[in-house]
Design a protein around this ligand. Structure first.
Ligand code: 6LW
Length: 515
């Protein structure tokens, strides 16, 4: 039987939401404080996903300034109805829901509208279009009487599609099946006249689980599906390769199957660095509701292909080099909290990327001269030839291994007070920087490289090895938050007259086989 490998989206792609229009599947994920925000991906087979665009690509849509890396845009839902795509998302501040936004587009590749602010509290908003054309908004929030119901509440209001306002009464739908932790991630589906409310419980970590309730009317009353949890790996041991499974969205294929996209992690010795990734899980609808992974009851690294798909392209092997020849950076590159195009941009006449050094340090909550892409493989090498335009003490540019603004490492070219060029390896933990190694360099341009594997990240400048940082240093377990490791380029320094520029001819990312 032909199979595919899970995850179908490796690296930090949390909280997947999926929709199909005809033969085309569209998927969005959380993007937190990264910019552009809310990636939209496209697939024809559910396995091979290509970036299509971003919902948030202009600072006028949403301000992310000042936000912690793991706040920002959380858990968007994508839906399509009568020619319009809808995305709803919560903007989190201080790890809590702040503002709920609704965006629309006629083409999921964009442009997406400026947002409409919905009068909604909480997080994990979703939309359900009923057969009668009415649209229902659901989300989760703190329960009014947590000692009675448990801490979280899934709630609903109607969305008026002509005004894009929530209207009518608020319906409290459900407090979860297990009630030990917040119920969240609600999505509503209708099957054979029954409304199925699927949620997540246990938190996004080890106890994450998919639970469900059902009702005969859209506004309830909802009764708990007694089979809950319907999908979880909370009961699996340390040898289980996939953990933290939950937060699903379901889609029907043209061939008549149902599949779920779920988030999960692949920890190594109890810590994960690649973030929450997207796993594809077969679903069978029964009289009792959806059965996830009917053959095994769990998410697998190797899964049978969806019906109607004979084969999928093999995963790309070998290094991928970005020569920065395009007019702008490709969709795999992200800045923080706003566009960094005036600071980091391809410069074809200079043959590569120009980084204008910025006084904004990587530890700030502003927009730095900084571009990164997801680390998508545990074993990998990233490398870039970097040249610092001037030799001014205090200026630096180079590679960054970025977990968040308070937890990262840099391998930078800089000069000391005597003007001696050097490469410096620095680790920043909980916002405090420690200089780990310094080597002198002689060439103007130095290839800076980092190799990662199960044990550590090892840093090289030209032929010199500066040292290693243990992999768990960059893990979510150590750093907290909701994101995985990103790799990229940055430059810091006060702009001097005509100076303060670094030049990078290319950036190479090479996945390496896991033995
Ligand atoms: C997301 C929520 C969650 O909104 O983490 O714990 C939040 N689960 O469903 C951010 O990814």
């Amino acid at each position: 039987m032909p199979t595919f490998s899970n995850p179908v989206l490796s690296g930090s792609h949390p909280d997947p939401s999926i929709w199909r229009v005809g033969e085309d599947f569209y998927l969005v994920t959380s993007s937190f404080a990264f910019h552009p925000g809310i990636p939209v991906l496209h697939s024809r087979d559910l396995v091979d996903w290509r970036p299509l665009g971003h919902v948030v690509d202009r600072p006028s849509q949403v301000s992310l300034t000042g936000l912690d890396v793991s706040d920002g845009l959380w858990a968007a839902t994508i839906r399509h109805h009568e020619g319009t795509f809808y995305v709803v998302v919560a903007l989190a501040r201080g790890r809590r829901g702040g503002t709920t936004y609704l965006f629309t587009a006629s083409d999921p590749a964009g442009p997406w509208s400026d947002p409409v602010v919905l009068d909604a509290e909480g997080i994990d908003p979703s939309l359900f279009f009923d057969d009668d054309g009415r649209c229902w908004f659901t989300a989760c929030r703190d329960a009014a009487e947590p000692e009675v119901t448990g801490p979280g509440e899934l709630w609903m209001r109607e969305l008026d599609l002509s005004t894009l306002e929530l209207t009518g009464p608020t319906h409290a739908l459900w407090y979860g099946a297990m009630r030990g932790a917040w119920v969240e991630a609600p999505h509503l589906y209708k099957r054979d006249g029954v409304y199925h409310l699927i949620g997540a419980e246990g938190g996004t970590e080890h106890h994450h689980a998919v639970t469900a309730a059902r009702a005969d009317a859209v506004t309830g009353p909802y009764t708990t599906d007694p089979r809950s949890p319907l999908l979880t790996h909370r009961h699996r041991g340390a040898a289980e390769p996939i953990h933290n499974v939950g937060h699903v969205d379901l889609v029907d294929t043209p061939a008549g199957e149902t599949w779920a996209v779920a988030l999960g992690t692949r920890p190594v010795d109890g810590t994960h660095t690649l973030g929450r990734e997207v796993f594809l899980v077969p679903v069978e609808w029964t009289r009792r509701g959806p059965v996830f992974a009917p053959d095994t009851g769990r998410v697998s690294l190797s899964e049978r292909l969806p019906a109607g798909t004979a084969e999928v392209p093999p995963a790309r092997q070998g290094p991928v080099r970005d020569d920065f020849t395009g007019p702008s950076l490709g969709p795999e590159w992200y800045g923080l909290r706003g566009p960094a195009d005036d600071l980091v941009a391809p410069a074809p006449e200079a043959g590569g990327l120009i980084i204008r050094l910025s006084p904004e340090p990587l530890t700030s909550t502003g927009t730095q001269a900084f571009v990164v892409r997801r680390q998508r493989h545990l074993r990998m090498r990233a490398a870039a030839p970097v040249r610092l335009g001037t030799a001014v003490p205090g200026q630096e540019a180079g590679l960054v291994v970025f977990q968040n603004h308070r937890q990262h490492a840099t391998l930078a070219l800089t000069v000391d007070a005597d003007g001696t060029r050097q490469a410096v390896l620095t680790a920043v933990e909980a916002g405090t920087a420690t200089r780990l190694a310094v080597v002198p360099v002689t060439d103007d341009e130095v290839v800076l490289a980092v190799e990662g594997d199960e044990s550590d990240y090892t840093f090289h400048a030209g032929d010199s090895t500066l040292g290693s940082i243990e992999r768990p240093f960059f893990s979510t377990e150590r750093a907290g938050g909701f994101v995985g490791v990103h790799l990229g380029l940055y430059g810091v320094g006060d702009a001097q007259e005509g100076a303060g520029v670094a030049h990078v001819r290319w950036f190479e990312y090479e996945p390496r086989p896991t033995g």
